[in-house]
Write a protein that binds this ligand. Structure first.
Ligand SMILES: [Zn+2]
Length: 297
């Protein structure tokens, strides 16, 4: 890898948390974490300020964004309850203007899938599906060791596939989406334990509670069913599970248990890079774009 003195900045803007990664000489040397603001574009102003205050010499920026990103760098929320209501926010243009350096934007699952393909558990695989369960649910397809399509960021967005006809209302406006049943937001909505305020506590402190077991079993059965549906269409056979909820051992094992009898067998594995998959994916995207001059990633 070419020696670079400047910093490459990668930003993982999730539904709840934002993670800013500073890469130097191919290594992640600094990590700044903050809470995501309720209104999407506000985050871009806060991040800009952090980057300016860091006084670092930055060569390029790549964002991993929850929601939908077009090939022209326009950002839209899918679930307006998570990111607020805005349309076609020109995130790439705004940052390019502020910093006068190359700026790229990817969907969050696209970035995570790329990260796992280059540095994680997808390294030796030709094809796999990356599925993330966090505040929301998302997915991306790696086909022939490349993103299936890097122009449309919501290809593979399994969270908004309808799993129950006329079911619960989802934040995207449709009824019966997987996200309305199996996301972190959906789990905590169903919780009735008074002292339990967040998904992390629900899946750790209160995992042996009968209510938790019922909620998790229903949520993971639906995820398992969705995995089988994807496999029926793509015969991709390999799934990498990420996201703060997906990586929780209790939740992950429950998905796995719900898949044991599947035919043909489906293999699942946790994301090796855990919550940093998106940062590494953004890094490799910039590296390929700027230094290997690859137009299609
Ligand atoms: Zn939906």
């Amino acid at each position: 890898m070419k020696i670079i003195k400047k910093y490459i900045v990668t930003i993982d803007l999730g539904g709840t948390k934002t993670n800013i990664g500073f890469f130097r000489n191919g290594k992640l040397v600094q990590n700044t974490k903050l809470l995501t603001q309720k209104y999407g574009p506000d985050n871009i102003d806060i991040i800009s300020e952090i980057l300016i205050n860091s006084k670092k010499n930055i060569s390029s920026i790549c964002l991993s964004l929850t929601g939908l990103v077009t090939s022209k760098g326009l950002w839209n929320p899918i679930n307006k309850k998570v990111l607020g209501n805005f349309k076609n926010y020109p995130v790439v243009k705004v940052l390019k203007k502020r910093f006068s350096i190359p700026v790229y934007a990817l969907g969050d699952t696209q970035a995570a899938a790329l990260g796992e393909m280059h540095y994680g558990n997808g390294k030796n695989l030709q094809n796999f599906f990356y599925l993330t369960v966090s505040t929301g649910i998302g997915g991306s397809i790696i086909y022939n060791q490349n993103l299936f399509d890097n122009k449309i960021s919501d290809i593979g967005s399994i969270g908004h596939n309808v799993i129950k006809y006329n079911g619960k209302l989802c934040g995207c406006g449709k009824k019966g989406c997987l996200e309305a049943y199996s996301s972190g937001t959906a789990l905590i909505k169903q919780n009735k334990i008074k002292k339990c305020y967040n998904t992390r506590d629900l899946l750790t402190k209160y995992k042996n509670n009968l209510q938790t077991k019922r909620i998790v079993n229903e949520a993971t059965s639906m995820i398992a069913q969705s995995i089988l549906n994807i496999n029926l269409l793509l015969r991709i056979n390999f799934f990498i599970i990420g996201g703060s909820v997906g990586l929780n051992p209790f939740f992950y094992n429950s998905i796995k248990n719900n898949l044991t009898k599947s035919i043909p067998p489906v293999k699942i594995q946790k994301a090796k890079l855990k919550s940093k998959a998106e940062l590494y994916g953004c890094f490799i995207y910039i590296h390929k774009k700027l230094f290997l001059k690859k137009s299609n990633i």
